[in-house]
Design a protein around this ligand. Structure first.
Ligand code: ADP
Ligand code: MG
Length: 679
């Protein structure tokens, strides 16, 4: 079996299963091998019954204390068993497993593994698995992978498929040279792939993870460094001076630029006049006012008779930008167009034609802007907003459209300087520090779950004032399906807790994108009071009327991500609030979350995130939002990032080419990051 073989090579994968695998982004055997577990289940030692606690998954060794009883709840057949060990008794409940009634025998001991839940005032073990002794001994301490799933694929199916792929694929080639492996203490690629799926113990997991994280960073750094060499001093035919219209716009604004905005704008002006292609990243916290800076740059280009494009990561954001742009630029005689994936084929065609005929000066859009049919008459500047949603390769898509347009990237993910230099090694960086004056700083509080009733009252009060609320739901590990269920359940309990007139809606990753857009738009129009959501709202809408953000299980998120979530409120003139609810209030958690109470400055938070980062987390909470790494997290793995970057710097271009010749597939991986690196 080859890594490039289709997923149908796996036993039992037919046409239908194949489609489901495609939904997970798994097309080839290689994709499957790199489809990493999202967490692991660990079989712990047997515990005495008396140690049971709500929510805990535990293993007990018990025998029947009385004959099992069957009860019915509608069609549901419930088997209740009193069981005991020497420390106490335990109620065990199975649903719809009538054959157990016959097979469970008095006097026999059973090893059970299941979750302890609360029913009324009593604890009980629900639907446990009965384990044979040998089976259990075999599983003890081992980490069982839990994969992200989609409807129609079970965890067990993926486990089986991965096992077969591991057995039948040759993974012996290792593109990281021996010296580097030695110096950085890395295990072999093959071993790492095996162990990330089926680690013998935690130590094996950490070693596998380290190797694979290194690998991701190393490839990324290698691609970036090659690209940087290509890019150095690329001449530009677009030498552009800001003119009268830029002055007019600045004068017409109801505010003056902040110092941070002025500095970023100066950097950009300088680049545009320099005679070289601009490659600049503007970093600034949410709300720091990056849009106007982009508008100034685009206006400069349009004023000189060329075209500019700005690409947003979502339809909603693109629409919002489009409105802002029209409002500010049309009075100056600039022709603004819009191109998004949601438009009809006819509408798209029209806009594409206008772009070719240069009837549009500035186009605002989504990914649709880089799809193949789009040709520009004279594209001089491309701005991408919220860069982390675009891979480097997608950015490169623009370069073939005109003659090397200037590139400006806007990012709201504040990244510590030391890391930014590596991650954006091919870009010059401007930072917009601070927010425009006159905004009320967000008030933050970090609380335990006992504060939940009070927070609900507080939400009601804000809704009563006509404001809106976001609730970020607790996360679940098992699957995206469960995440959806979870949001639904949570919304139901919230409906019960809040006054019936409160309009509560939900948003989660399983919804179709039209559904999501609709909910977001309705929220934007103020037709929804409380939006219960997973983190899908992280990058999205600007709803100045939303004043409360409540995050359940805040301890499960990285500080940087929490800061991003917080950025959804505090966008209007009213006082905004952020409630971070700790499901598990340990001392470390409190200390970490208090950083958010201390400061609303994203750069401060991200520096702290870096210094407080814990060891690798088994549940792999990643999502710093910056760039698209599968396993690696720039905060948690900052040391590995630095090391991988240093190692990659040792390679000259001929050496990289040599490496690519030797290892099949490596070139493609690098090009995924780097586009034209081998020109
Ligand atoms: P972001 O950096 O998150 O993209 P935006 O560009 O959307 O922020 O700006 C947020 C809001 O602040 C907008 O309503 C914008 O008009 C306003 N704004 C931008 N710059 C200033 C300024 N210098 N003074 C006051 N308000 C500003
Ligand atoms: Mg923005």
């Amino acid at each position: 079996m080859l890594e490039t073989d289709g997923i149908r090579c796996i036993k039992g994968v037919g046409e239908k299963a194949e489609k489901n695998y495609h939904k997970l982004g798994i097309y080839q055997i290689g994709d499957l091998l790199h489809y990493y577990p999202r967490s692991y289940d660990i079989y712990q030692p047997i515990q005495p019954v008396e140690q049971m606690a709500e929510g805990r998954v535990m293993v007990v060794e018990v025998s029947l204390a009385a004959q099992p009883k069957v009860a019915y709840a509608g069609k549901l057949k419930i088997l209740n068993c009193q069981m005991r060990d020497s420390s106490g008794t335990l109620l065990v409940v199975w649903y719809n497993m009538p054959y157990l009634l016959r097979s469970l025998k008095m006097g026999q001991r059973y090893i059970l593994r299941g979750k302890i839940i609360r029913r009324g005032s009593r604890l009980q073990m629900q639907q446990p698995k009965i384990l044979k002794r040998e089976e259990y001994v075999n599983l003890l301490y081992k980490l069982q992978p839990i994969y992200p799933l989609t409807a129609g694929i079970t965890n067990q199916a993926i486990v089986k498929a991965v096992r077969q792929a591991l057995q039948e694929t040759d993974l012996s080639g290792d593109f990281i040279p021996l010296e580097i492996r030695k110096e950085c203490d890395l295990i072999l690629h093959k071993k790492a792939i095996q162990d990330i799926h089926f680690p013998e113990n935690e130590k094996a997991f950490y070693r596998a993870r380290k190797r694979l994280v290194f690998e991701e960073f190393f490839l990324f750094a290698l691609a970036l460094q090659q690209m940087k060499q290509n890019r150095q001093k690329m001449q530009s035919s677009y030498v552009l001076q800001p003119g009268d219209k830029v002055e007019q716009l600045l004068e017409s604004l109801p505010f003056t630029l902040t110092e941070g905005q002025k500095e970023a704008w100066m950097d950009i002006r300088h680049d545009l006049q320099s005679g070289y292609v601009m490659n600049r990243l503007v970093q600034g916290d949410v709300g720091s006012g990056k849009t106007i800076v982009a508008i100034l740059a685009l206006l400069t280009v349009a004023e000189q008779g060329h075209q500019g494009a700005i690409m947003a990561p979502t339809e909603v954001l693109a629409k919002q930008h489009y409105e802002t742009f029209c409002e500010l630029l049309e009075p100056l005689g600039i022709r603004v167009g819009c191109l998004t994936g949601a438009m009809t084929a006819r509408e798209k065609k029209q806009v594409q034609q206008s772009l070719m005929d240069h009837e549009i000066d500035i186009v605002v859009g989504t990914h649709a802007l880089i799809q193949e049919k789009v040709h520009y008459a004279d594209l001089a500047l491309v701005v991408t907003d919220e860069q982390h949603r675009f891979g480097v390769k997608q950015r490169e898509g623009f370069f073939t459209k005109g003659q090397e347009p200037h590139m400006l990237v806007m990012s709201a993910t504040p990244i510590p300087r030391t890391l930014a230099i590596i991650l954006y090694g091919d870009l010059d960086i401007s930072v917009i520090h601070g927010l425009p004056q006159g905004r009320l700083p967000i008030q933050n509080c970090v609380v335990g779950t006992d504060f939940r009733p009070q927070s609900y009252r507080f939400m009601e009060k804000e809704v009563g004032k006509g404001h809106q609320v976001y609730v970020i739901c607790p996360m679940v590990e098992e699957s995206e399906n469960m995440e959806a269920e979870n949001v639904v359940d949570y919304a139901a309990s919230l409906r019960a807790a809040l006054s019936p007139s409160t309009r509560i809606e939900i948003l989660h990753g399983r919804m179709r994108s039209e559904e999501k857009n609709e909910i977001m738009e309705r929220f934007g129009r103020g037709e929804i009071d409380v939006l219960v959501s997973t983190t899908v709202i992280e990058v999205g809408i600007n709803v100045p009327n939303a004043t409360v953000m409540m995050v359940e299980n805040a301890e499960r998120f990285g500080l940087a991500q929490l800061h991003q979530l917080r950025g959804r409120v505090g966008r209007g003139s009213a006082q905004s609030y952020c409630i971070f609810m700790m499901g598990n209030p340990s001392k470390e958690t409190k200390e970490r979350l208090q950083v958010l109470e201390e400061s609303n400055d994203g750069f401060y938070v991200s520096e702290k995130d870096l210094s407080l980062r814990g060891p690798g987390d088994l549940f792999g909470i990643r999502q710093s939002g910056a760039l698209d790494f599968k396993l690696a997290d720039i905060y948690q793995d900052a040391d590995i990032l630095k090391q991988a970057n240093e190692m990659a710097a040792k390679f000259t271009k001929p050496q990289v080419l040599e490496l690519c010749k030797k290892y099949k597939g490596l070139r493609e991986k690098l090009e995924n990051y780097g586009g034209d690196i081998f020109l």
